[in-house]
Design a binder for this molecule. Structure first.
Ligand SMILES: Cc1cc2nc3c(=O)[nH]c(=O)nc-3n(C[C@H](O)[C@H](O)[C@H](O)COP(=O)(O)O)c2cc1C
Length: 238
């Protein structure tokens, strides 16, 4: 991790900081986290711009069958890119921080994020401070390491990361996520519902996301390093 402040000390400290929240979300978990992170950033006076990546061919959640879910898992393990539509022109505005957020797909960044980096990465991210935000069921380390490598290759500074995993215990979490993607309702099953009560992040985690957003916002405002922040908390990663 590079230990660099989000802006240079020669800049006026009173200037309003701007953050781009650039994200893809398949089943709504990343967007839920980001909305709360944005609340925290705003509390610290950071100006926010959201850009949601949209795919050329719409991807539907849930995918609808066990077979289609297996197929998606296999294809995503091969890191297949999912072509995104041209992002809004605001993408190219000047930001103090870019938060690049999305889910883990088969231990990798999701296809739309990979497509974004392939097509726009070097032009968009060179010299920028990028803070990845990962939403996953629990297995994020390979995703983080691979993503960081790609971002650094584009010339980005990657001082830290925010990661949230689903709080349900294993093995129910893996089974539950798989069944939800397939379009089933495991939380309503008599047997499984005893161990798997909900898909995704908890209310407590969303509140934690707001706190982490505020911590990042305060560091930005004061011109402090984001690397020094402890962002992997026991609530985010239970
Ligand atoms: C195709 C696919 C593969 C996934 N693979 C992983 C994985 O390898 N590790 C993990 O922790 N979660 C995995 N997940 C779960 C998602 O990362 C998790 O549900 C996340 O919260 C979804 O975020 P989103 O709603 O913003 O898309 C996978 C989900 C999908 C759809």
């Amino acid at each position: 991790m590079t230990d660099k402040p989000a802006h240079t000390s020669s800049e006026p400290t009173g200037r309003k900081r701007r953050a781009l929240l650039l994200y893809y979300s398949f089943s709504g978990q990343t967007s839920g986290l980001l909305n709360h992170i944005a609340c925290g950033l705003k509390k610290e006076g950071v100006e926010i711009n959201f850009i949601r990546l949209r795919t050329v061919r719409p991807l539907r959640f849930p995918v609808g069958s066990i077979f289609a879910t297996f197929k998606m898992m296999l294809v995503t393990a091969l890191r297949r890119r999912v072509t995104i539509k041209e992002p809004e022109p605001d993408l190219w505005a000047d930001y103090d921080l870019i938060m690049l957020a999305g889910p883990t797909w088969s231990y990798n960044p999701s296809g739309p994020i990979l497509d974004l980096i392939d097509r726009y990465g070097p032009r968009l991210l060179k010299g920028r401070t990028v803070l990845p935000v990962i939403s996953c069921r629990g297995y994020w380390r390979l995703h983080w390491l691979g993503l960081k490598k790609l971002l650094v290759k584009c010339g980005a500074k990657v001082p830290n990361r925010i990661v949230f995993s689903h709080p349900s215990p294993e093995p129910w979490r893996t089974l539950g996520v798989f069944l939800k993607i397939a379009g089933k309702a495991p939380e309503r099953s008599k047997l499984l519902g005893r161990y798997y009560q909900r898909y995704g992040h908890s209310r407590q985690q969303l509140l934690e996301a707001e706190k982490l957003g505020a911590a990042v916002g305060a560091a930005l405002r004061k011109g402090e390093s984001l690397a020094a922040l402890e962002l992997l908390t026991p609530i985010a990663l239970p």
